[in-house]
Design a binder for this molecule. Sequence first.
Ligand code: ZN
Length: 163
Amino acid sequence: MIRNLWSPWRMKYLLEPPPQGCIFCERAGRGDDDRDFVLFRGRHHYIILNIYPYGAGHLMLVSNRHVPLLAGLGAEERAEAAELLLKIEEAVRSAYGPDGANLGVNLGRCAGAGVEGHLHLHYVPRLRGDTEDTSSRSATDPPEDLAHTFERLRAAFPAGRGR
Ligand SMILES: [Zn+2]
């Protein structure tokens, strides 16, 4: 999906053994949204920062249920996913004003899924030229820390359930 974005902080993710259990199920039920960087909770999904981002504003839309494939979502869940994608687009555009974005779902480890078996969709804001040089140019330049991204984006999302 993305080539040549310079993201050295992802090395931790690449080198560490995967955590036990399913981190997305854990975050669906934990309710510690500030600590987990959960930006928004809908009825069937939540929106969370990727803690090993390709660039600032890299979000994930995660199903509350542990389903591996799109086919596992019911009609109401699919409809909400589409609505929440619009919310993501609006929030990221208002917070960062990117030139574009990558939107993707990796189904299965062979397709690059970091967390296998639990449906999640990536949204990565992009700037013109961000893969054309060796700098770390992303939606922010220089890159910002996650806490800053969280505050910036949370202000751009409407209040969800439990907030
Ligand atoms: Zn899960």
